[in-house]
Write a protein that binds this ligand. Structure first.
Ligand SMILES: *Cc1c(COP(=O)(O)O)cnc(C)c1O
Length: 361
């Protein structure tokens, strides 16, 4: 399974297989894909094999492939950043592959040799480097994915898997300015349950979240704030981001107790806040405490953290018809400072004391 000898074959796209590049000022999110992809297969007999960087293509799959029926599917989200002198960086990619192997373990999928896959990813991003956007704030989004491909309908862990990585240039998240979002606090639907799969980046979690997200959209809100599934009391996450509060000068985020996705941006924010001398607490925080702090004025800031947006400031919470505005509905100082610092590290413009950057090529 941990075959360190794993060879990666390179099949370069031919000139006529190269795709036209999209308009760099109109990239959107996840609409255009690069010239190459990485694929690798697993079965019980051979372990991981056929690791290949090859031209981007469609898959032919058996309709009985187990992923279509029982949902063994996990993924990751990370980015490549173009810095000065056309240097290209990844941000904490080992942590993404670590987490993907954790997700694999939870979903009874095979673990993979992270170092080899990271090496292959670096080679592929180097090969597709012309796809890493040059427009400010735009990045190359990277989507590692693993699915169960064995054609069989008996319910058990599959015995054949495909791991692949695709990449897409994406536009700057804040093209309209670093503006806060309106958040709907969801107190009946739940994202994740104790003992469930909330801490795994597995496809079903996102399918299960769509309904509440849809309803919140209809009410005019951008995202859902998820509460714990047992008491609908404790704050868990916001949309597909981790959530932070700045209350009376203290940085607070819910602890990793199994129902929350262990975000790499979350971890980076905790580290930076500590570096900067903020008191930092990972603790349970009840929605009633958030609302009360909002009303008394001690809730100074709140923001979501994730790879896509980096930092997403919250301007307003709606909880059971009650509205709480934060910082007058404008982004706070800490949110902005964290956003600027993380972006500067990611794009190679600032020192990297924690060695988060990995150079490509
Ligand atoms: C991916 C994800 C996050 C953020 O993780 P990052 O590593 O910071 O991108 C948070 N919550 C959920 C549910 C996620 O899927």
């Amino acid at each position: 399974m941990f075959n360190q000898e794993l060879e990666v074959t390179l099949q370069k796209a031919t000139a006529d297989q190269l795709k036209p590049k999209p308009d760099q000022n109109n990239l959107g999110f996840g609409q255009f894909f690069t010239d190459h992809m990485f694929t690798m297969r697993w079965n019980r007999r051979q372990g991981w094999h056929d690791a290949t960087i090859e031209p981007y293509r469609t898959f032919a799959m058996d309709p009985a492939a187990m992923v279509f029926h029982y949902g063994q599917a996990i993924f990751e989200g990370m980015k490549a950043y173009r810095g000065k002198d056309d240097q290209i960086f990844l941000f904490r990619p080992q942590d993404n592959f670590d987490r993907m192997n954790q997700s694999a373990l939870r979903m009874c999928m095979p673990r993979f040799p992270q170092d080899r896959v990271l090496q292959a990813l670096r080679a592929m991003v180097y090969l597709d480097q012309e796809w890493v956007p040059k427009t400010p704030g735009a990045t190359l989004y990277i989507r590692p994915t693993m699915i169960a491909t064995e054609p069989a309908l008996g319910l058990r862990p599959a015995e054949e898997y495909l791991l692949y990585i695709i990449c897409c240039p994406v536009g700057a998240y804040y093209s309209g300015g670093f503006s806060p979002t309106k958040i709907y606090v969801e107190d009946s639907f739940a994202r994740s349950v104790p003992g469930g799969v909330g801490n795994a980046k597995t496809a079903g979690n996102y399918a299960a979240s769509l309904k509440a997200q849809d309803l919140a959209h209809d009410k005019g809100y951008t995202q859902v704030l998820w509460l714990d599934a047992v008491e609908h009391k404790y704050v868990e996450e916001v949309g597909t981001s981790n959530i932070f509060f700045l209350i009376d000068g203290e940085v607070i985020t819910p602890p990793l107790e199994g129902s929350i996705l262990p975000g790499i941006t979350r971890d980076s924010v905790l580290q930076l806040a500590r570096d900067w001398g903020y008191p930092v607490r990972e603790r349970r925080i009840a929605i009633d405490e958030v609302i009360a702090a909002g009303k008394s004025g001690s809730l100074q800031e709140s923001f979501g953290t994730g790879t896509a947006a980096v930092i997403s400031p919250v301007g307003e919470f709606c909880y059971r018809e009650e509205l709480v505005q934060i910082n007058g509905g404008v982004a706070g100082t800490l949110s902005k400072r964290l956003y600027d610092e993380l972006q500067a590290i990611q794009f190679g413009e600032r020192e990297d004391p924690h060695k988060w950057r990995v150079r490509v090529g």
